[in-house]
Write a protein that binds this ligand. Structure first.
Ligand code: SF4
Length: 399
């Protein structure tokens, strides 16, 4: 996917007056001293905010008003909450602030108008979120961590290592800030609210489970964004205990990054497999508490010569037997430094047909930009794996 730079807040732009920056989507800074003493209000779930207000001697129903202004109107200041009394607004101003990440850049795909936002957080670290208008859906892919500890071999984010978990408000703020800047054509087509959210940006969401659950609570709350749980998908590389906990505590959709059909290959490209191998992962999937009519999506990045053979397709059927499943094939998007290659389209289609012919729902995600969204995180090469793959292929060729 080719992106066109629309906004780039480089240091020169960052030095422009605040009102000018606001036009570009950057947020006026809250004075650091006061901000440090206040709490980001978008980090509270509805129940948490109600309890907080009660603790401070304020009426609980104020939480409903505040949620309305934060998530429906997406105001940037308490002063804009016009049906909240002045006294309560002053109280809010004193104890809380409305956080917003600074948008460093915005790129728009020439192919399909997908928007890639790069946000800078208060500690100067950056995260990405992607907005994808696809047919009748407006889907946003959000990040849950800065970097990732899972170290998947094909993933750019995995190369970074884990820098830190995102706080609840930093997850929610991605959705608010993008919504504040919807272009007119998006508003015209979709109204002013997102229809779907996928936790497939930077990070392993289940490695930050509590904050992810709290962000889902806010995004689905009737007084918040009011997004249905059925329209939210959380992806995991295979943290089995956390996956089962997610199933117990939330009704969102689950996507599992499968990506290989043998432990040897999966451990090579996804180190998490050494801790929870295919059997443990798929046993976990069988125990996962799915709602009626729901299925688990298995993401499968197709890597030429590594996991795209007829035997792999056959093994997928065996592995997923007994699990209400659908498979999403993602042909790898190669780049010069990558040891991996993308299978040719006829091979991808043949792989899909094999599964479809055996009644396994199988879709292909053709270049929504695996550079921006593939299984979870960004895809990139890992030079260190190059020799291991060559070695394995050589071994196979003499067997
Ligand atoms: S693919 Fe997902 S889980 Fe794996 S390293 Fe990348 S972000 Fe982390």
């Amino acid at each position: 996917m080719e992106f066109q730079d629309i906004v780039s807040l480089n240091p020169a732009v960052a030095a422009t007056p605040l009102d000018e920056r606001a036009k570009l989507g950057a947020q006026p800074a809250v004075p650091l001293a006061s901000k440090e003493m206040r709490t980001p209000i978008t980090g509270f779930t509805f129940a948490g905010l109600s309890a907080e207000l009660a603790k401070m001697g304020k009426e609980k129903y104020r939480a409903q008003q505040i949620f309305f202004w934060l998530y429906r109107k997406r105001v940037r200041s308490f002063a804009e909450m016009t049906n909240v009394s002045k006294e309560v607004r002053a109280f809010l101003e004193e104890h809380y602030y409305i956080p917003a990440p600074t948008r460093v850049s915005l790129q728009v795909s020439r192919e399909d108008n997908a928007q890639k936002h790069l946000f800078r957080l208060t500690d100067e670290r950056t995260i990405e979120t992607v907005l994808m208008p696809i047919k009748d859906r407006l889907t946003q892919c959000v990040s849950s961590q800065v970097g990732c500890a899972m170290a998947c071999g094909f993933c750019n984010t995995g190369d970074m290592g884990l820098m830190r978990n995102l706080k609840t408000h930093e997850i929610v703020d991605q959705v608010i800030e993008v919504a504040r800047n919807y272009p007119a054509e998006i508003v015209q087509k979709f109204g002013d609210r997102i229809t779907n959210i996928v936790y497939m940006g930077m990070g392993e969401p289940l490695h930050n489970l509590q904050n992810v659950l709290d962000s889902i609570d806010i995004l689905t709350h009737p007084h918040g964004f009011n997004i249905s749980h059925r329209k939210i998908t959380v992806s995991t590389s295979g943290l089995v205990p956390q996956m089962l906990e997610l199933g117990r505590r939330s009704k969102v959709n689950l996507a599992v990054s499968l990506n290989a059909t043998t432990d040897e290959v999966r451990s090579e490209i996804m180190p998490i497999n050494r801790r929870y191998n295919l059997k443990a992962l798929l046993d976990g999937c069988r125990r996962y508490e799915l709602g009626p009519g729901r299925r688990i999506t298995f993401e499968y990045v197709l890597l030429k010569g590594l996991n795209d053979s007829r035997s792999d397709a056959q093994r997928i059927l065996t592995l997923l037997s007994g699990i209400p499943s659908k498979v999403n094939l993602i042909p790898f998007n190669p780049h010069p430094a990558s040891p991996f290659q993308r299978p040719e389209l006829p091979e991808v289609l043949a792989f899909q047909k094999y599964l479809l012919d055996r009644d396994l729902t199988t879709t292909i995600r053709i270049s929504k930009g695996p550079d921006i969204l593939a299984a979870c995180g960004q895809l990139r090469s890992k030079e260190a794996l190059r020799s291991k793959h060559a070695e394995r292929r050589a071994r196979e060729s003499v067997q």
